[in-house]
Design a binder for this molecule. Structure first.
Ligand SMILES: Cc1ncc(COP(=O)(O)O)c(C=O)c1O
Length: 454
């Protein structure tokens, strides 16, 4: 018996074996495509992580609509992964898809701004309370540029991140902690980054460590999610955000809030819902109906530096390090505007929250029924179950509580019964098209899985 998770490893092994066999039998077309794909693609997929599912090979997609998707073997799935937030507002949304196809015919990328840009700028001002905005093609890029402008503004090199974070493949953030010390992120080549020069890492919710780390006034910015979502979910301790803001201000450190996942909280993100006051706010993934896009907003003080730094000098070319040829193009802007206007609405969020509450209750009841030392965390439309009695206080605790084999067994069991969860953690997202039947499909399959495991 694993005293931490309450599940025996032998049971996990047996269940994994059965489910892998079932999966292989059920998915001959995906299996064939994967075998063929391996002849020309690394791991048989366009991005290596697309093969990192709990299944022996990935499902290949036929089509996706709303909260459902269908694979090439014609199985239907209730989708709670939703493209790991990229499709948090549903697949193939009618309002967004229509304008995307219209704009493709009218010109996608022309190196000129469109009227939509101005509409979006004004909307983002009202929505998130920051006065100036810029666009990128990914949240990773937005974070990279947020760090760059912070360094330009403060003249400092270091970025402070929290153990267990993920902000995209930003080099300076590829660190972890071991025995209280910073180490290079296991499994990630450091890419010649001298972390002692570029980075500090501490545990989330640790106000004392934060105060100490920033007191030397050599940190340009703190880059953080408002609550951690990439190491399982780590809720924020009462008073932490107030302390974070006070200490960053006192030490002249910029505060970057990455809302890429926590936009699940409300149409104004966690920032709007809880009155945070970041210097820079980053948001990507879900904002353009599946078109790669992100944006970052900044305070007047940061914008002043950015204006000055990026100014054209006597008609000379100025690359200045903030790039992206296709960023903020006509197509992207059209998709973002439609998403902001028609999809990121109070009504849709209210529905997503109701579905998430139903999901949370279903899982909580099963955890209680089987007396498991597990818990559930929810932030708006995002729900996560984790294999510890209490929510972890920080990334270190979250990593310790994880059991990747148990997680894989659950995910594969669910997949074989038509439920798709986000790989790497037990995270479920609700979109405006999620219905009670989707949620209940998960609840029933999850209960059956737990029953077999205990
Ligand atoms: C909080 C957060 N920020 C940024 C990113 C990077 O997003 P992208 O890979 O779309 O650049 C991720 C990706 O998972 C994320 O979770």
């Amino acid at each position: 018996m694993n005293t931490l998770t309450g599940i025996e490893q032998d049971r996990i092994t047996e269940l994994l074996k059965n489910e892998e066999n079932m999966f292989s039998r059920k998915n001959p077309r995906s299996r064939d495509l994967h075998l063929k794909g391996k002849q020309s693609l690394v791991h048989g997929v366009p991005m290596h992580w697309m093969s990192n599912w709990a299944s022996p090979f990935p499902l290949y997609l036929k089509k996706a609509k709303g909260a459902w998707l269908m694979d090439v073997d014609d199985h239907e799935y209730a989708d709670f992964c939703l493209g790991d937030s990229g499709a948090m507002f549903g697949h193939g949304n009618e309002d967004v898809s229509k304008v995307i196809s219209d704009q493709v015919y009218k010109g996608s990328t022309v190196m000129l701004p469109t009227e939509d840009a101005v509409w979006i700028g004004e909307n983002l001002q009202k929505r998130f309370g920051l006065p100036y905005w810029q666009f990128t093609t990914s949240a990773t890029d937005a974070n990279r540029f947020a760090i760059r402008i912070s360094r330009i503004m403060t003249g400092r090199d270091k970025v402070l991140v929290f153990n267990g974070k993920y902000h995209g493949s930003v080099d300076e953030t590829q660190v972890s902690m071991a025995s209280g010390k910073m180490i290079s992120q296991p499994g990630v080549h450091p890419n010649a980054t001298d972390f002692n020069r570029t980075t500090k890492v501490i545990e989330f919710n640790d106000i004392e460590a934060l105060d100490e780390a920033l007191s030397s006034q050599d940190v340009a910015c703190v880059l953080t999610e408002p609550i951690m979502t990439n190491v399982g979910m780590v809720p924020v301790k009462q008073g932490f955000h107030e302390a974070l803001r006070e200490i960053t201000r006192r030490t002249g450190t910029l505060l970057i809030i990455d809302e890429t996942h926590t936009i699940s909280t409300s149409p104004q993100g966690y920032t709007g819902a809880y009155g945070l006051e970041p210097d820079i706010l980053v948001l990507g993934k879900a904002i353009a109906g599946g078109i790669p896009a992100a944006f970052y907003g900044m305070s007047t003080e940061v914008a002043e530096v950015m204006h000055k730094y990026t100014e054209l000098d006597n008609y000379k070319i100025n690359h200045c390090g903030f790039g992206g040829t296709l960023a903020g193009n006509a197509l992207t802007l059209r998709a973002i505007r439609a998403t902001l206007e028609k999809v990121m609405t109070d009504n849709n969020y209210a529905h997503m929250k109701t579905m998430a509450e139903r999901f949370e209750k279903g899982v909580t009841d099963i955890i209680r029924e089987f007396h498991l030392p597990w818990h559930v965390t929810r932030i708006g439309a995002r729900v996560e179950y984790m294999f510890s009695k209490e929510a972890p206080l920080n990334g270190g605790e979250a990593l310790e509580a994880n059991d990747p084999r148990l997680q894989a067994a659950i995910h594969l069991f669910l997949l074989n019964r038509g439920v798709l969860m986000t790989p790497f953690h037990n995270m479920a997202l609700m979109c405006p098209q999620t219905r009670e039947e989707n949620v209940d499909k998960h609840t029933e399959a999850f209960r059956e899985c737990v029953k077999q495991l205990v």
